[in-house]
Design a protein around this ligand. Structure first.
Ligand SMILES: Nc1ncnc2c1ncn2[C@@H]1O[C@H](COP(=O)(O)OP(=O)(O)OP(=O)(O)O)[C@@H](O)[C@H]1O
Ligand SMILES: [Mg+2]
Length: 636
């Protein structure tokens, strides 16, 4: 009898190499896991579909409670509570599946990885939990008709988040209105249908409607704030235009009009004409026609200047019921921003007054998101101002900064690897389209990438002013430079899987060499050393520099000529990537009868991140984050 852990290890090795298990039991076991994953996937799909269904019913219920209320405020009703309760139940079911069923755990996370890779390739943000929470907050606020102000440090993804959240808002409205229309029509045609009939019908129509939603372009309006931006730039610009005062009708239509006019003239003067002889009649008619046509020509051949009003983004968004994003809103001068006040405190359906324009009805679907960098004691963003509190109070202010990541311990020591969202972004940037990953000497690369994510996070904490004070009271400070996701991606692309350089060198060329603030560069370098980069035995030596000293250059830190050895890429399967990013998941506790007497279920069968890295003895325990800060403080 074979141990389950051994058969499972073989299955994973086969996934990596693409071979098949050569034993009868191994083959049957792999086949069973595939089947079981498929079943889990189907069950998860069913849950997701029912969630979409309940979401629709909840929304419909909330809207109807809003429409019955006097002041447009929605009230919780027995029905809306029932749907909210069902939604909660479904979410719990999903969580429970992932907590006890190893196949559901794998399917759920593998799908997440594929979705993330897809999002990143399409230039969208990876939906890590930190971002999802912000998205939910934004959508709740916008749905309640309250504008959102997103603040945070440079390169955290605020602008992109504002774009995606408003797109999501547009898509959500479209989705709900399409679904609601079909549902009401279906209910009319099927009176007395049960909930399960309705759910079955919903499962059939939902995919098509979702496709329609995805294929409908949803673009918010967007303006970039600057100090010079005026109220006119936001609402309407008046320009003088040289206009040709002429008819827009075709020549034929114009001639017909002229003839009709002339006929009227003849009819009105019929008696007089009849009193004349034919010769006189003819002369008068000819003269009359000539007068008519020259008058017409005069009227239509003039040129002149006219005042033209060109509607700008905010006004267009208001009238068309679309979201508007005002990027870097806190760079706009306060007197100009005040022009937005009346809009900010009115909801769709109401009218708002705009200076120079008048009253405008706010169309359904209008919403506003502003973004801004917030200067702190140590970091100052040139050109930004603090918003007037009265103005800011009209917004829901949401702080959006860098994603969570532990700065202590090795990857193998993480209790819940899924909480390290920055490491997830780093690894997914490197993944292949199918969620697998090719790395040079994985045991070393994974550890280096983990330390890189930790280093980046530590630089972010220091930059945000959130790092803890070291024992001797020194607080490390970064004034201008930080390893934001933008810089992280640049370093990873420079590293390029170690084709021409190792990660230390990539850190230098992809980031540190372009840090112009000397103190920042020196601090970041010593921080990198603490996280295991620029090691002495790799030909580096980073001397200590105190505040105000010159910035370290390549010549200062390199002790030997640089030579790099290219290691072959080794393949890790999607299953391995799931383990690395989300942990080992629940253990397999049972097997079907076909394996009775063939496979023995042993304790803790699933592989952990450390198994992927254990071959190499060089992996050292990291110093604690606090110790790192202490040593940095002492260096100064
Ligand atoms: N969750 C994420 N997934 C993928 N990429 C991300 C994520 N968060 C941030 N990024 C990357 O960071 C970049 C910076 O985003 P963005 O320009 O929106 O930041 P910002 O906060 O508006 O910066 P700034 O304050 O400098 O204007 C994005 O283009 C993206 O490449
Ligand atoms: Mg921005």
């Amino acid at each position: 009898m074979e141990k389950l852990s051994v058969v499972e290890q073989r299955r994973r090795a086969c996934l990596r190499s693409g071979d098949e298990d050569h034993t009868e039991v191994g083959k049957a076991y792999a086949e069973y896991v595939r089947r079981s994953q498929k079943q889990a996937a189907n069950r998860l799909d069913e849950i997701a579909m029912e969630q979409a269904y309940e979401q629709l019913l909840l929304q419909m219920e909330q809207e109807s409670s809003r429409s019955y209320s006097v002041n447009g405020i929605r009230r919780s009703t027995a029905a809306s509570r029932r749907h909210a309760g069902r939604l909660l139940g479904l979410r719990k079911q999903e969580e429970a599946m992932a907590a006890i069923d190893p196949d559901a755990f794998y399917v759920l996370h593998a799908r997440q990885i594929l979705q993330d890779i897809n999002d990143e390739r399409d230039g969208r943000l990876v939906k890590v939990p930190y971002l999802q929470r912000a998205m939910k907050q934004i959508s709740d606020s916008l749905s309640a008709g309250i504008p959102v102000y997103l603040v945070g440090h440079l390169g955290s993804g605020k602008t992109q988040l504002a774009l995606e959240a408003s797109q999501e808002q547009m898509q959500h409205r479209l989705r709900m209105s399409l679904l609601q229309k079909s549902l009401l029509a279906w209910r009319d045609a099927h009176p007395g249908a049960s909930r399960s009939d309705e759910l079955a019908w919903f499962c059939q129509v939902y995919p098509d409607i979702e496709k329609q939603v995805q294929n409908t372009p949803c673009h918010p309006y967007f303006i970039s704030g600057s100090h010079n931006l005026t109220a006119q730039d936001m609402f309407a610009e008046k320009t003088l235009k040289l206009a040709h005062a002429g008819s827009t009708e075709s020549y034929g239509e114009q001639l017909n009009g002229l003839l009709n006019d002339f006929e009227q003239f003849l009819k009105a003067n019929k008696e007089r004409l009849d009193a004349m002889n034919p010769q006189q009649q003819m002369e008068l008619m000819l003269a009359g026609w000539k007068t008519y046509s020259s008058m017409y020509i005069n009227e239509n051949s003039g040129f002149g200047t006219v005042v033209e009003k060109v509607e700008k983004e905010v006004l267009k968004a208001l009238k068309e019921g679309r979201p508007i994003i005002i990027d870097e809103i806190n760079t706009i001068a306060m007197p100009n921003l005040i022009a937005l006040n009346d809009i900010l405190q009115h909801h769709a359906g109401q009218s708002a007054y705009i200076t120079g324009i008048g009253t405008v009805k706010i169309a359904d679907g209008f919403c506003l998101i502003g973004t801004g960098n917030l200067s702190t004691g140590t970091v100052s963003y040139e050109g930004t101002n603090v918003l007037n509190p009265a103005f800011q109070s009209r917004f829901t202010t949401i702080a959006y900064n860098y994603v969570p990541q532990s700065t202590e311990g090795t990857l193998a020591q993480q209790k819940d690897p899924g909480q390290n969202e920055l490491f997830r972004l780093v690894m997914e940037h490197l993944c292949n389209d199918d969620g697998s990953l090719d790395l040079p000497v994985p045991s070393l690369s994974i550890d280096a990438l983990w330390r890189f994510a930790q280093l980046a996070r530590m630089s972010q904490l220091i930059f945000e002013g959130r790092s803890s004070v070291s024992e001797n009271g020194d607080v490390p400070v970064l004034n201008e430079a930080v390893l934001s996701i933008r810089s992280i991606i640049h370093v990873l692309d420079t590293w390029n899987f170690g084709e021409e350089m190792d990660l230390s060198m990539a850190l230098w060329y992809g980031f540190l060499s372009s840090v112009t603030n000397n103190d920042d560069r020196n601090l970041l370098l010593s921080l990198a050393v603490r996280y295991g980069f620029f090691a002495d035995n790799d030909g580096w030596h980073v001397p200590a520099r105190s505040k105000g000293e010159a910035g370290l250059t390549m010549e200062d830190i390199r002790t030997a000529a640089y030579s790099h050895e290219i290691a072959p890429l080794e393949h890790l399967s999607r299953q391995d990537v799931v383990t690395l990013l989300f942990g080992k998941g629940p253990a397999r506790k049972s097997l079907p009868d076909e394996f009775a007497g063939k496979i023995e279920i042993d304790e803790d069968v699933d592989m952990q991140a450390k198994d992927l890295m254990a071959q190499d003895g060089k992996i050292r325990d990291l110093e604690h984050g606090a110790a790192i800060l202490d040593s940095l403080g002492m260096q100064k």
